[in-house]
Design a binder for this molecule. Structure first.
Ligand SMILES: Nc1ncnc2c1ncn2[C@@H]1O[C@H](COP(=O)(O)OP(=O)(O)OP(=O)(O)O)[C@@H](O)[C@H]1O
Ligand SMILES: [Mg+2]
Length: 495
């Protein structure tokens, strides 16, 4: 060993020796807690600062579930790369598809506005003598300098994406008081999945009217702040009216499928009193459509002028129209958000004016007889034929414009054969028959008119009896047949 090397070695030995001496003196003189603090502070000072920040997203936040965790789980299911080796899968009764999420220890890389992020799913299990505690969490790591961006922009984006995924996954439910109960039912409503296939694409109706309804719904769901600002409850009411088989119920299903809103089908005959109604409506949930079909058909509800008498008899033991309206305007409106209420009727003229007054039902939608454009849509949906390329097309369009025929009737004819020629020939025959019947009814009406006139002059108006009923029926039929042009005009209008 050279002179200088030996000097260096002895210097190092004496430094190491003195360090050991200092350390053993420190161990004796300084308490353990203080010592470990000093060591960690020295370690912090001599280690280069890490540029990485890791956020821990626990499964629970306090005693409730952590929304960020649930959102991350859903979101990461869409970000799985081909290199991932283990995945978790599952499905709840409310979901349509099987969900995929990452397994413990797996890593998912993401890029958001040029910021690289890494998610890791961690699962730990610690067991004490009595029970084992499981802990699940995500670690989200990224460069520290993007902390603001991640907190203010990326995480809200993950939450919003998860909400959209959840909406997309949601199976729309149909709640009814008569349905059997399942696990996720609410209050006194039982539910089944609403498997109604109707969508706005399959509904045959005036295209302008359809567009208006879709735009109205879209505007409604976006307007949370607007409703708050103007001090109005976040509710929207639609009255659908028109003859049977024109698509009122189908339109409700299309609305529900479009918005992914559950449907509460309220049968007024199953409600015995205003207080029963109150309890029933209060147990409906947000983002739902409350449907009261054939609102004109309940005798109690029809006549508002009987309310006083009913209430006099037994204050809350009857269901009355004012009970329904008060509740809809009052309590039900002030609790809950994003609610739609739909009334349907075949006879709008029979409805109490209180129900029709402006502001009560926001939109009055006339579902009317099938038009040429409605037929085109049905033929395309049922037979897959587009355009006017069939030789029967012109004849059918001409007949449809002059016949009061419902989309349900046309749909039934189109379903009779898969062969377009046979089905369309069936439609032509059906329309001709229908036209003939309408004309015969019209002629019968003329004969009845003459008989009635004769009887009227002979016996006086009061003795009309059953002929009066016939005449009423005839008038009704004529208003259907002769008034079909008016009906068609109304189809594209809101009143
Ligand atoms: N406008 C339409 N577009 C497409 N299909 C329709 C339309 N109207 C009726 N249908 C067909 O007819 C069937 C019955 O229609 P729907 O029950 O919607 O009529 P509705 O107006 O509710 O009748 P009701 O007044 O008797 O309740 C639907 O399942 C659908 O197949
Ligand atoms: Mg219906």
């Amino acid at each position: 060993m050279s002179q200088s090397a030996s000097t260096l070695f002895s210097a190092y030995a004496s430094f190491a020796g003195s360090m050991m001496l200092v350390r053993s003196m420190a161990n004796e003189l300084i308490p353990y807690e203080l010592r470990s603090y000093i060591y960690s502070a020295i370690h912090y000072l001599i280690t280069p600062l890490s540029s990485k920040l890791t956020l821990v997203v626990d499964e629970h936040y306090g005693i409730s579930r952590n929304h960020v965790y649930d959102a991350a789980e859903l979101y990461l299911g869409t970000k799985i790369s081909p290199s991932t080796e283990r995945l978790r899968i599952g499905k709840t009764p409310k979901q349509k598809n099987i969900n995929v999420s990452i397994e413990k220890g797996e890593v998912v890389n993401d890029v958001y506005e040029n910021v690289k992020l890494q998610w890791r799913f961690v699962f730990t299990e610690s067991s004490s003598s009595q029970y084992s505690v499981e802990k699940r969490y995500f670690e989200l790591s990224f460069n520290k300098k993007f902390k603001e961006k991640v907190m203010d922009s990326y995480l809200p984006y993950v939450l919003a994406r998860a909400k959209a995924i959840k909406e997309d996954e949601k199976v729309v439910k149909l709640y009814n008081r008569g349905c059997p109960f399942s696990d996720d039912d609410v209050g006194m409503w039982g539910s089944i999945n609403l498997d109604h296939p109707a969508t706005f694409e399959t509904i045959a109706m005036d295209p302008e009217l359809k567009k208006m309804i879709i735009e109205d719904l879209e505007r409604f769901v976006k307007r949370r702040d607007f409703y708050k600002k103007v001090g109005k409850a976040w509710k929207r009411g639609y009255l659908l009216y028109g003859p049977p088989g024109t698509g009122k119920s189908s339109l409700i299903a299309a609305m529900a499928n479009y918005l992914k809103f559950d449907v509460y089908d309220l049968e007024l005959t199953s409600i015995y009193s205003n207080s029963d109604l109150r309890t029933t409506l209060l147990s409906t949930t947000n983002r739902s459509i409350l449907v009261i079909e054939d609102i004109d058909c309940s005798v109690e509800v029809q006549d508002r002028h009987n309310d006083n008498q009913n209430q006099y008899d037994a204050p809350s033991s009857k269901l009355t129209l004012s009970g329904i309206l008060n509740f809809i305007d009052g309590l039900w409106s002030s609790c809950g958000d994003e609610r739609i209420i739909v009334f349907t009727t075949n006879h709008k003229h029979r409805l109490d004016p209180a129900l029709l007054r402006p502001g009560r039902m926001d939109m009055h939608i006339n579902m009317s007889y099938c038009t040429a454009s409605g037929f085109r849509l049905l033929a395309s949906n049922y037979l897959g034929i587009e355009g006017k390329n069939h030789h029967l097309w012109g004849q059918i369009e001409g007949l449809i414009e002059n016949t009061a025929v419902t989309p349900a009737e046309i749909a039934e004819e189109l379903m009779r054969s898969e062969d377009a020629d046979v089905a369309l020939e069936g439609v032509v025959k059906f329309l001709k028959r229908k036209n003939l019947e309408a004309n015969e009814t019209e002629d019968d009406g003329k004969v009845e008119d003459q008989v009635a006139k004769k009887l009227k002059t002979e016996n006086g108006e009061k003795k009309l009896g059953s002929l009066g009923t016939i005449n009423n029926n005839r008038r009704a039929l004529r208003s259907v047949g002769g008034g079909r042009r008016r009906c068609r005009r109304q189809a594209s209008r809101f009143l």
